[in-house]
Design a protein around this ligand. Structure first.
Ligand code: SAH
Length: 226
């Protein structure tokens, strides 16, 4: 059964050091099999990344849980996620905060993710088809920002969209043009009065953040909804 497998996954993550009980209960309640493509349904609760459409990946549950925990979320927070992909990370954030804003450059991925949010009745997720490197200026500032794709450096305009004392989590570094096989560091940035505090948290391997929209989808940024 789905529920049992998700509970088992949460137990595995707890053994691996994920201690935030709210994050663990989100892992238990969000069915990951909804976010993977048919051939991978049986692997949905394995602790591994899996391929999704458009040559992208759904992140490893451990990394999703780790990043969610590192965001130190409060139920009042408004969170920006860049790189919706399958939508799984946004779905995990949904019960942990007030509002999730998520941006994806591949329209087909976004449409699919929106359907999943609707199916699961995750009503506090809003979506946008656009370039995540621009953030979501109209909805800024955010309490938290999570980059779900790797950057060589965190763009200043994203830090600008963070509230004072806000936290940004991003996979930084590596050869982001050919990220497969090259690891990045999951980096925590805290915006303080004195500037930026930076901490390396975990070696990770994310697909790269790519500027602009894919060739077949060159349209202006479209705020969407679910
Ligand atoms: N959070 C996702 C992880 C998806 S992989 C999940 O849980 O499944 C990273 C995603 O970032 C991919 O879908 C990729 O298309 C997207 N991405 C890469 N560059 C982007 C950009 N500039 N703007 C928005 N999305 C981007």
């Amino acid at each position: 059964m789905t529920g049992a497998r998700a509970i088992e996954l949460a137990m595995t993550l707890r053994k691996q050091g994920i201690a935030d009980t709210r994050v663990l209960s989100a892992i238990e309640t969000i069915p990951r099999e909804v976010f993977v493509d048919r051939p991978f349904e049986t692997s949905a609760y394995e602790n591994s990344a899996l391929p999704i459409a458009c040559g992208q990946t759904i992140s490893q549950p451990y990394v999703v849980a780790f990043a969610s925990q590192a965001l130190e979320l409060d139920p009042k927070h408004r969170v920006l996620e860049l790189g919706t992909g399958s939508g799984y990370q946004a779905a995990i954030l949904s019960p942990l905060c007030r509002m999730v804003y998520t941006v994806e450059r591949h329209k087909p991925l976004l449409v699919q993710a929106e359907e999943r949010f609707k199916t699961l009745q995750l009503r506090n997720i809003v979506t946008r088809h656009g370039d995540g490197l621009k953030g979501w200026p109209e909805a800024a500032p955010f309490d938290r920002i999570l980059l779900s794709a790797a950057v060589s450096e965190v763009p200043q305009n994203l830090i600008d969209q963070l509230k004072p004392a806000g936290i940004l989590i991003a996979p930084v570094g590596g050869d982001v043009q050919s990220a497969r096989g090259v690891s990045q560091s999951l980096t925590k940035i805290v915006k303080s009065e004195h500037g930026i505090e930076r901490e390396n948290l975990l070696p990770v391997m994310f697909v790269p953040m790519i500027e602009g929209l894919p060739r077949d989808a060159r349209k202006p940024d479209e705020p969407g909804k679910i």
